[in-house]
Ligand binder design. Structure first.
Ligand code: 6YU
Length: 502
C-alpha cells in the first residue's frame, strides 16, 4: 500500500516541506527529509541586524491574494498584518512591480526631478508589459528581452525627446531600470532572458507584502505540523542511485529501487525520492548527483535554463539621509545613456550594478535601515570582498549620489547566495532560446515512462520546475504539492489539498 512506501525528500526548503506535509497528511508513514545544512527554509532565511529582522532570502509574497498558496498559508497561520490581509490589498492588480514612492539620485549628486523622470519610467514599464505579450504568439521581433527593451527605449527616446540633456538623463534612467530588472529576473543581463517566453511567468493580483515577524515564521509553522524527527540535518546528498534493482553489482539484495548516498557515506533506501535541490546546485553537480546519469534531454535543459544571482546589502544608519516618504532610491549614472552593458573593470566598477536602495518600513520596527540590490556577475564578485571593502565602496557611493559626505554607515550585512554551496545563486529564469519545454523536462520524473522499471523513482520539485511561477516561494510550494500529488495518484489516494480551508 502507498502509505507504507518509503519516500525520501532531498532538501528542506519550502518545496520539500510542502511535499512532506501533503504526503503525511494523506497517511504516508515513511517520509524523511534529508537536508545538507543545519536549518530548514533554504532560500527563505530571516536574519537580524542590530536586533531588527532582515530577510536574507525571499522578501515578499508576490501577489498576495486567494490564488496564492503562500498567502493562504500565511493568513491561516496569522502571520500577516491587517493591511496585507485586506480585500483592498488583495485586489490591487499592478502586474508585478508595486508602485513605490521613488527618489532618483544622480551620479553628480543631484536629486532628479520626479516629473522629469516620469515619462522615462512610463516608457520602460509599457515596454516591459509589451515584452510579456509575445508568449505563445511566435511574433517576438528579437531573441532577448534586453535587446528588445534597449532598442525600443532608444527608438522612442530619439523620436520623442528633443532636449539633449533630458534625453540623456532619461536614457541613463533606462540603464538603472534594466539593472533593477536583472535583479527581478535573477540574471546578469536582460540580454540573457528569452523574449518569446518572458510572458510565461504569471503575476497574481495583490500588492506584494512582507512578514512582520520574518518569512521564516512561515517555515517554523509548517515544520511544527511535521513529525519531530522527520528531517536529517547536516547530510549533504552526494549521489542518488536509481534503477538499482536492475543493476545489482553486489551480492547484497536490494529491497528498494533507489539508494540515496550522503557525503559521509551513509545511505538511505527508498521507493521514491523527491529532489528539491536548487537548479544552481544541479548545474554544478549533475554529473555526480545521479547514477545512472540524467537522460540527455533533462541534462540539456538543466544546462540551458538560467540561474542567476541577486543579492542584498543592508545598511544601518544613526539617522536617515532620505525623505520621510521615500520608499526607494534609484541610482542614475549619467554616463550610462548609451545602454551598453555597463561594467568594464569589475574591481573598480562593480558597485555600478547596484540599481537602488529600498527603505525598510515602518521606521518604528526597522529604525533607519535600507537595502541595496545588486544582481549578476558584479554581485557574485561583491560576495568575495571583505565587509570593510564593501562598506568603504558603498559609503563613497552614497557620498557621491547624495552630495553629502557626512553620511556614515553604522552597520552592514550582505547576502552571499552565489557562494552558498547548496544554492549556487539566487533563482531561475528562462534563458535565451529556452522554453516551457525545458521546465517540463526538468520536472519530468525518472525513469521515463515506457521503460520497464519501477515507476516514479526520482521526482523533481523546486522553484525552477514551475512553468508560470518559477523564481518564487509560491511556485516552489506548488511544485512540492505537485510531486506529492503525483505519488498520491500513483497509489490511487485522492490528492486533496491538506487542510480543508487552505
Ligand atoms: C518570492 C521574494 N526574493 C530574494 C533572494 C533569493 C530568493 N525568492 P530552496 O533552495 O529553498 O530549498 C532547497 C534545499 O535543498 C535547501 O535547504 C538546500 O540546503 C538543500 N540542498 C541543496 N543541495 C543539497 C544536497 N546535495 N543534499 C541535501 N540538501 C541539499 N521569492 O516569492 N518572493 O521576494 C523572493 C528572493 C535573495 C535568494 C528570492 C523570492 C525566491 C524564493 O526564495 C525561492 O524561489 C524559494 O524559496 C525556493 O524554494 P525551494 O524549496 O525550491 O528551494 C517576467 C518575469 C520574471 C520572473 N521573475 C519575477 C519574480 C521575482 C522573484 N523575486 C524574487 C525576489 C526576491 C527579493
Amino acid at each position: 500500500a502507498g502509505v507504507d512506501a518509503r519516500v525520501v525528500i532531498i532538501g528542506c526548503g519550502i518545496s520539500g516541506i510542502g511535499a512532506a506535509q501533503k504526503l503525511i497528511n494523506r497517511g504516508f508513514r515513511n517520509v524523511r527529509i534529508i537536508e545538507a545544512t543545519s536549518r530548514s527554509g533554504g532560500r527563505i532565511k530571516t536574519g537580524s541586524l542590530d536586533g531588527k529582522l532582515i530577510e536574507i532570502g525571499a522578501n515578499w509574497i508576490h501577489g498576495p491574494s486567494q490564488e496564492n498558496p503562500v498567502f493562504r498559508l500565511a493568513s491561516h497561520y496569522q502571520l500577516l498584518d491587517k493591511e496585507s490581509m485586506s480585500e483592498e490589498n488583495q485586489s490591487v492588480d499592478i502586474g508585478g512591480l508595486p508602485p513605490l514612492f521613488s527618489t532618483w539620485l544622480s551620479s553628480s549628486g543631484e536629486k532628479l526631478d520626479a516629473d522629469l523622470m516620469a515619462p522615462a519610467v512610463e516608457v520602460f514599464m509599457t515596454l516591459l508589459r509589451k515584452s510579456q505579450e509575445f508568449y505563445n504568439t511566435s511574433k517576438a521581433p528579437m531573441s532577448t528581452v534586453g535587446e528588445f527593451l534597449k532598442m525600443e527605449a532608444l527608438h522612442i527616446s530619439n523620436k520623442e525627446w528633443k532636449d539633449d540633456k533630458t534625453k540623456k538623463l532619461r536614457q541613463a534612467l533606462f540603464s538603472t531600470l534594466l539593472k533593477l530588472e536583472c535583479g527581478i529576473s535573477g540574471t546578469h543581463t536582460m540580454d540573457d532572458v528569452d523574449l518569446a517566453t518572458f510572458g510565461m511567468y504569471k503575476s497574481l493580483p495583490g500588492l506584494d507584502c512582507t512578514f512582520p515577524g520574518g518569512y521564516e515564521g512561515l517555515i517554523n509553522q509548517m515544520m511544527k505540523e511535521l513529525p519531530k524527527d522527520i528531517v536529517l540535518y547536516n547530510k549533504p546528498v552526494k549521489c542518488i542511485h536509481w534503477n538499482s534493482f536492475y543493476r545489482q553489482t553486489s551480492s547484497k539484495a536490494r529491497t528498494h529501487p533507489v539508494t540515496v548516498e550522503c557525503n559521509n557515506g551513509e545511505t538511505f533506501e527508498a521507493d521514491h525520492v523527491i529532489v528539491t535541490i536548487p537548479l544552481g546546485y544541479m548545474k554544478k553537480h549533475h554529473n555526480t548527483l545521479l547514477d545512472p546519469p540524467l537522460p540527455q534531454h533533462k541534462l540539456h535543459s538543466i544546462q540551458r535554463l538560467g540561474f542567476g544571482t541577486n543579492n542584498k546589502i543592508f545598511l544601518e544608519f544613526e539617522k536617515p539621509f532620505w525623505d520621510e516618504d521615500c520608499e526607494v532610491m534609484f541610482l542614475v549614472w549619467e554616463d550610462e545613456y548609451d545602454l551598453q552593458n555597463p561594467v568594464s573593470d569589475m574591481k573598480t566598477a562593480w558597485i555600478r550594478k547596484m540599481s537602488c536602495f529600498t527603505v525598510l518600513k515602518p521606521t518604528e520596527r526597522y529604525g533607519h535601515l535600507i537595502c541595496g540590490w545588486i544582481a549578476g556577475h558584479e554581485s557574485e564578485y561583491m560576495e568575495t570582498l571583505p565587509e570593510e571593502d564593501i562598506l568603504h565602496t558603498v559609503t563613497q557611493l552614497l557620498h557621491r549620489f547624495t552630495g553629502d559626505s557626512t553620511i556614515v554607515v553604522k552597520k552592514l550585512v550582505r547576502s552571499r547566495w552565489f557562494h552558498d554551496p547548496y544554492t549556487c545563486g539566487s533563482y531561475s529564469y528562462v534563458a535565451k532560446d529556452c522554453s516551457g519545454r525545458d521546465i517540463d523536462n526538468l520536472a519530468e520524473p525518472l525513469p521515463l515512462t515506457g521503460l520497464n522499471a519501477e515507476p516514479l523513482q526520482v521526482l523533481f520539485a523546486g522553484e525552477a520546475t514551475h512553468k508560470s511561477f518559477f523564481s518564487t516561494v509560491h511556485g516552489a510550494l506548488l511544485t512540492g504539492w505537485r510531486e506529492a500529488d503525483r505519488l498520491l495518484s500513483h497509489y490511487n489516494l485522492s490528492a486533496r489539498t491538506i487542510t480543508a480551508n487552505l
